[in-house]
Design a protein around this ligand. Sequence first.
Ligand SMILES: [Zn+2]
Length: 120
Amino acid sequence: MTDKEYAKQRNRIKKIADTLIKPLGFSWFTITLEYKRRFDYNDTDIMAKCHAQPDYMMATIEFFVPSIVELSDEELKHVILHELCHLLVAPIFHNPSKQTFEQSTELVTRALETATMEKK
Ligand SMILES: [Zn+2]
């Protein structure tokens, strides 16, 4: 992958992520986007990976740029939404309990609430 193509894909990921993060109410999380030219995971089908720290309302989402190249904007949007949803359900994964189930449900509720909020 050329530097030019890599830069182009980075911009495309960032642009689509920006149309989702704030409008869906993720702006009260600290989300870092990372763009990898090489991925250290065994599964070569992975296009992105979310490392969530729900206790700190933080996450890093890594994108494997050489795989992203193959995706349409709609498919890339789906990948980004999938990774953002990992952040919402991360409390259950990190510590399955009635409380974290409730916490994740509330996070999903707020995201949907924000997404369906009437625009003024
Ligand atoms: Zn996933």
